[in-house]
Ligand binder design. Sequence first.
Ligand SMILES: Cc1cc2nc3c(=O)[nH]c(=O)nc-3n(C[C@H](O)[C@H](O)[C@H](O)COP(=O)(O)OP(=O)(O)OC[C@H]3O[C@@H](n4cnc5c(N)ncnc54)[C@H](O)[C@@H]3O)c2cc1C
Length: 278
Amino acid sequence: MIPFNFEYYKPKTIEEAVDLFNSLKSAGKKPVYYGGGTEIISMARVHNVHMDAVIDIKGIPECNVHEVKDGELIIGSGVTLTEIAELNFFPLLSLTIKRIADHTVQGKITLGGNLMGPIIYKEASLPLMASNSKVIIAGRNGKRKVLVRDIYDKEKGLNPCEMIVQIVVEDKFLNLPYAHVKRTKNEKIDYPLITIVGLKDEKKISFAFSGICEYPFRSPKMEDVLNNNSISVNKRIKKAITNIPGKILNDLNGSSEYRKFMLHTMLKEALLDFQEVE
Ligand SMILES: Cc1cc2nc3c(=O)[nH]c(=O)nc-3n(C[C@H](O)[C@H](O)[C@H](O)COP(=O)(O)OP(=O)(O)OC[C@H]3O[C@@H](n4cnc5c(N)ncnc54)[C@H](O)[C@@H]3O)c2cc1C
């Protein structure tokens, strides 16, 4: 049971949702956008989240789009992980999603909710970062497009009043060769110790990581080193690990030294998938 009362709204348009958010805020209330509710509800139950109102985005037609059109895959932020895996337009995204939570919960979690939740892993963002995908964001001043890899950036990313409407992937990325390597501490279904995805085009392999720092990331420096075929795979990986772009997590799941050790093994596995290992 959620131990406090809150208002529930289900707007039919983006403008209605954004106006509602802003007017509730101006009235001194705390509204939140609501996707599948899996995180909001479980956190509200234990007093980790308190809101006065939820704005359910699933009644907005643009948030339920899921199609390939004019050279782009467009996925509404209210589309569930199950729907994405079933239509399977982007196999690397489907595979990544099938390793998030379990089948029952995947039917509730939305793509927008996975990208925006406070839990740090946000694994659905990885194939989207590796494919240079963009999100369409709506706020008081209308819509704007931002690279998925910038949505956690303080300046370029979402401000608290904005919502994600759609995610856009160029279709040239959908069927490229890929690698997905996930390790958990205990069970197969668990938050990751580390997850790596890789996507290979004719020029290079793009990598994205979750579970190493407090946010999912893609690092141009690590990618340059990992794609440098003039040095051995072991040297490439060692050098890439020295270029991790933030503080390495050190928690009950694993120490930072253990994470670095596992990252070495997992990167080797990913490169092996691309036949890069001698
Ligand atoms: C048992 C279990 C295991 C899990 N395992 C993993 C895992 O291994 N890896 C992983 O990455 N995730 C995992 N998750 C998922 C993750 O923890 C969240 O529960 C989930 O991603 C939230 O999605 P939701 O649609 O339910 O979001 P909600 O609970 O509705 O919202 C989450 C947050 O996102 C915001 N939000 C939602 N939609 C939008 C939008 N369109 N625009 C702006 N903000 C929005 C909300 O305001 C809220 O702050 C797991 C969840 C469960 C329950």
